[in-house]
Design a protein around this ligand. Structure first.
Ligand code: ADP
Length: 320
């Protein structure tokens, strides 16, 4: 057996296909693919490999780590104004995409009301940093997340301006997302500093706009659409939330704010209409309880799942 083959044989059970071995004289050079491994696991694996590869006749073991660059898709979720359900949609979209097989992370960049920790059932947990990078918090729904709310005391971020918000957004987006291939980013409402930094520095793959059916909200949504369109960020589509009232007693859906406004507006603006989500008390109570509907199999899950499927298709086709 050559020395190369001997080293490969001892590494096989340890490195699980991650090591590529070359031997020159007394030196073994090993390229170690650490894609998706946390820092601590990388260190442990390297130490194990270094010890195992030091077979008789080998005087030096060199190890270089590589990671296949994950071509991560950033999906920005935006709205013209607050309170339209943007955070609710972001959380359920993230879970819906994960259920379709994507590896999804959720970024709560809403400085005015970081509500994702509550919606995702991990309120009060603070993320830690390793090697100057934040480590996302696991959630019960297979979607790790980071929130502006985890970086500062409650209510403080609202006083941030330009450079501070830009720095904080950078910490969230460039965190240790590991193998995540998609980040859903819950932006603050409107067209302020966070949106501009997002667009200029992080170049989202696409944007999803959330609106309620009222005309006023739609005018605001139009501004949000314009912001992305002018910056060359593709608008994946418009979602109409609180689109009809589902009666908790009989299930009948009525339309207190009228019907079809958002769909008509989307057509006029030339952006796809991704669907409507009813105003449903079950959605509010599930969000407050930290059990997002998209994680379950109830009637409320279906609307979110259908929208997630469209966004998933869009990413597959247009995400590069
Ligand atoms: P935003 O992020 O746009 O400020 P949120 O997602 O925080 O809005 O939603 C505002 C409130 O409305 C929350 O209490 C949320 O649970 C509730 N909500 C959002 N969407 C719906 C819906 N489709 N049906 C019922 N309640 C909803």
């Amino acid at each position: 057996m050559t020395e190369k083959a001997a080293i490969e044989a001892v590494l096989a059970p340890i490195a699980a296909g991650r090591a590529t071995v070359r031997v020159e004289g007394v030196r073994a050079s090993i390229i170690l693919d650490v894609t998706g491994l946390p820092e601590a696991a990388q260190d442990a694996l390297e130490a194990d490999i270094r010890a195992a590869a030091a077979l008789p006749g080998i005087e030096e073991v060199r190890i270089a780590r590589t990671a296949q660059r994950v071509n991560r898709k950033l999906i920005a979720v935006a709205s013209g104004k607050g309170g339209v359900g943007k955070s609710t949609v972001s959380a359920n979209l993230a879970i819906g995409l994960a259920r379709l097989g994507r590896r999804v992370g959720l970024v709560d960049a809403d400085i005015y009301g970081p509500s994702q920790p509550k919606i995702m059932g991990i309120e009060g947990k603070k993320p830690e940093a390793h090697d100057k990078k934040l480590v996302p918090l696991a959630t019960p729904y297979g979607v790790p997340m980071l929130s502006m709310g985890g970086l500062v005391a409650e209510g403080q971020a609202i006083a941030w301006r330009g450079p501070m918000t830009a720095g904080a957004l950078g910490q969230l987006v460039d965190a240790n997302w590991g193998a995540a291939d998609t980040l859903v980013i819950d932006l603050p409402p409107g067209t302020g500093d966070v949106q501009l930094t997002m667009i200029q520095k992080h170049r989202p793959t696409g944007a999803v706009i959330v609106s309620t059916p009222q005309d006023l909200a739609l005018i605001d949504a139009t501004r949000a659409i314009d912001l992305f369109a002018k910056a060359g960020v593709p608008v994946i589509g418009l979602i109409e939330n609180m689109a009809g009232y589902a009666c908790p007693h009989c299930g009948e859906v009525s339309d207190p704010f009228g019907q079809g406004g958002a769909e008509a507006a989307a057509a006029k603006l030339g952006v796809p209409f991704l669907g409507r989500i009813p105003l449903d008390i079950a959605i509010r109570t599930a969000s407050d309880a930290g059990t997002p509907p998209a994680a379950g199999n109830g009637a409320e899950a279906a609307a979110f799942t259908a929208i997630a499927a469209q966004v998933h298709d869009w990413i597959e086709t247009n995400g590069g």
